[in-house]
Unconditional design. Structure first.
Length: 340
């Protein structure tokens, strides 16, 4: 199932308010919206980026072509006064998400801040809400997934026209081992490396897909799982391709899932006594989830992940991206949900 993407201008340029503009997908999405001719206003933190590395001037450079306003998305007053400023908007596009996935932050951002934004957007005349979510919420076992789902439900029930985009795995989440493999270390896999599969989607292809939601009526009031082009690939295939690109024989180290279970178990028990460890236990559960669950559409009847039922969009493949990285192109910014 292949979705079509166009990188052309929008036939109906709109005033678009963007949240999460400084994240990986947010940056690409702002570029896609600007390219399509929309009038884009980004609402960001005064210190943005991983570890707050970006001052407002840095963020403004990153988000060229868009207006940048700073404030606190968790504070309804700041959203109204510093963000929307009493102006009218046509659409809200959100790539906002907790950077850690830790339960408290996920509920504050993925759920709470989005509820604030929905209310503020309604008052600003917004009639369309495009939400970047995640395919993994279809099987919610983790707190951040429950937080995302709770907001998805609120958005669906709000009456606002919505497009809830649930992508598969991003390239950055599948590129964490390139440096260690380049150094001659083995590629780490859980089990035999074929426990899971995904259809990786590039930042730019996903950004185009999100931006196109504003013009494509077939994506109105829909929950949209979406992957990148080509067949689903396993971690083992990712490792094999990396070794081939480096011209070396494949070398894998197999990590038993039971080891993750033990870590989750110990931290889970200790976390009942020490709150700081409860958060670490949840992060270990996130690691276990990605080690054992595929990022593909789940068939509710069979309980199996179904690559054929997972729609594809775009043109950029993970293996082309690996080739660029091996040749020395800049590595992607990481820092969240990284298992390796
Ligand atoms: N990684 C994957 O493979 C994958 C796959 C499918 C779906 N997803 C989902 O895609 C979404 C976005 O991913 P991403 O990689 O683009 O995220 P990201 O790079 O971590 O960016 C998150 C964005 O949210 C903002 N944000 C976080 N906490 C905030 C706060 N307290 N106040 C204001 N802004 C805040 C960040 O702003 P700052 O720059 O100020 O921190 C940043 O702009 C997530 O929902 C994730 O679950 C990820």
């Amino acid at each position: 199932m292949m979705e079509t993407t166009t990188r052309t201008r929008s036939p109906h340029p709109q005033r678009v308010f963007v949240l999460g503009a400084t994240g990986t997908i947010g940056r690409a999405t702002v570029r896609a919206l600007v390219r399509r001719g929309h009038d884009v206003v980004c609402f960001i933190r005064p210190r943005a980026g991983v570890g707050g590395a970006l001052a407002p001037g840095d963020s403004a450079k990153l988000l060229a072509g868009a207006a940048v306003r700073t404030g606190d998305v968790t504070d309804p007053k700041s959203l109204a006064q510093d963000g929307f400023k009493g102006e009218r908007y046509d659409a809200l596009v959100s790539c906002l998400a907790s950077r850690t996935g830790a339960p408290k932050d996920a509920w504050a951002i993925d759920h709470g801040a989005h509820l604030n934004a929905l209310e503020a957007a309604r008052r600003a005349g917004v009639s369309r809400f495009v939400l970047l979510s995640a395919i993994c919420v279809q099987k919610p076992l983790l707190e951040f997934q429950r937080a995302k789902l709770a907001f998805e439900k609120a958005l669906i029930e709000s009456g606002m026209v919505y497009s809830i985009v649930r992508p598969t795995a991003f390239f950055k989440s599948l590129s964490g081992q390139i440096e260690r493999v380049k150094q001659g270390k083995p590629f780490l896999v859980f089990g035999d490396g074929t426990l899971t599969a995904c259809k990786p989607i590039s930042d730019e292809d996903l950004a185009d897909y999100l931006a196109e939601c504003l013009d494509d009526e077939s994506r109105a009031n829909r929950v949209l799982p979406i992957g990148g082009p080509g067949d689903a690939i396993t971690p083992r295939q990712q490792g094999e391709r990396l070794f081939a690109l480096l011209g070396r024989p494949p070398k894998f180290r197999h990590v038993p899932v039971a080891m993750l279970d033990a870590i989750v178990g110990v931290l889970g028990t200790a976390g009942r006594v020490l709150p700081a460890l409860a958060e670490k236990a949840e992060l270990a559960r996130i690691g276990r989830y990605y080690a054992t669950e595929s990022m593909l559409v789940l068939n509710p009847n069979t309980g199996l992940y179904d690559p054929a039922a997972t729609p594809s969009t775009g043109t950029e493949t993970l293996f082309d991206f690996y080739e660029d990285l091996v040749k020395g192109a800049a590595a992607p910014e990481r820092g969240d949900h990284a298992v390796f």
